[in-house]
Design a protein. Structure first.
Length: 222
């Protein structure tokens, strides 16, 4: 499966089979996580065979079941950390999809099991991503119309439109899709709207956009 196919096929999955993740996949995920930590200055960790985090009232209320593996998104409390968590977390989640795994971003429906992961000074756990072999492949979310999330005119390049279409397939908190893209003179800007975890969502949609534009060159606006 290509990364583009993974974007099309990835849907939030909350119920998982009682099946260990293949060691080859574990190795590839750990390599990706190590690279993301180096590039983003993060401390993301892969947690395997740990059922306590999703054995709570909130997890059952959120209709999670069978979750024993997850990605702990950890980093220091610094400027821009939320966007980094979103960007690199989604990079790992989409790799998981290419490996035949399923995922779900989780903000509150889990219990922090502090013995499961490591903290360095000044770090915190921001979110987790449930991981494993899904009972189902999930259901596609409803997306906003293109003109509600970007500005397009007759001079807008087609690759920009493809990038925004890819961003519309990205997971966002409660499917709010509170973002807006603009293009000018080779530069792309995207702003987060109001809502829960919109700065994390910003990182997620940025990663999707970069995949969607393929090899076309552009710069992110400051």
């Amino acid at each position: 499966m290509t990364i583009e196919e993974a974007i099309e096929l990835r849907h939030a999955v909350r119920s998982y089979r009682d099946e260990s993740i293949e060691q080859t996949s574990v190795k590839l995920l750990e390599e990706c996580i190590e690279q993301c930590n180096q590039d983003g200055g993060l401390h993301i960790q892969l947690i395997l065979n740990e059922p306590q985090a999703f054995d709570s009232f909130m997890a059952h209320y959120g209709k999670f079941s069978g979750v024993k593996n997850y990605i702990a998104l950890i980093g220091k409390k610094t400027k821009g950390i939320d966007e980094k968590i979103g960007y690199y977390g989604e990079k790992i989640a989409l790799l998981a999809q290419t490996l035949g795994l399923n995922t779900c971003w989780v903000a509150m429906s889990y219990k922090k099991v502090k013995t499961a992961f490591r903290f360095d000074e000044g770090e915190k756990l921001y979110l987790v991503i449930a991981l494993g072999y899904g009972v189902t492949q999930g259901v596609a979310h409803v997306s906003k119309p293109l003109d509600k999330v970007c500005a397009i005119d007759r001079d807008t390049p087609s690759w920009f439109v493809e990038g925004v279409k890819s961003a519309l397939l990205a997971p966002t908190a409660i499917n709010q899709q509170q973002f807006f893209f603009t293009y000018e003179n080779g530069c792309v800007a995207v702003k987060a709207g109001l809502g829960f975890y919109t700065k994390v969502d910003l990182g997620i949609v940025k990663y999707h956009f970069e995949i969607g534009v393929r090899d076309n060159q552009f710069k992110w606006a400051d």
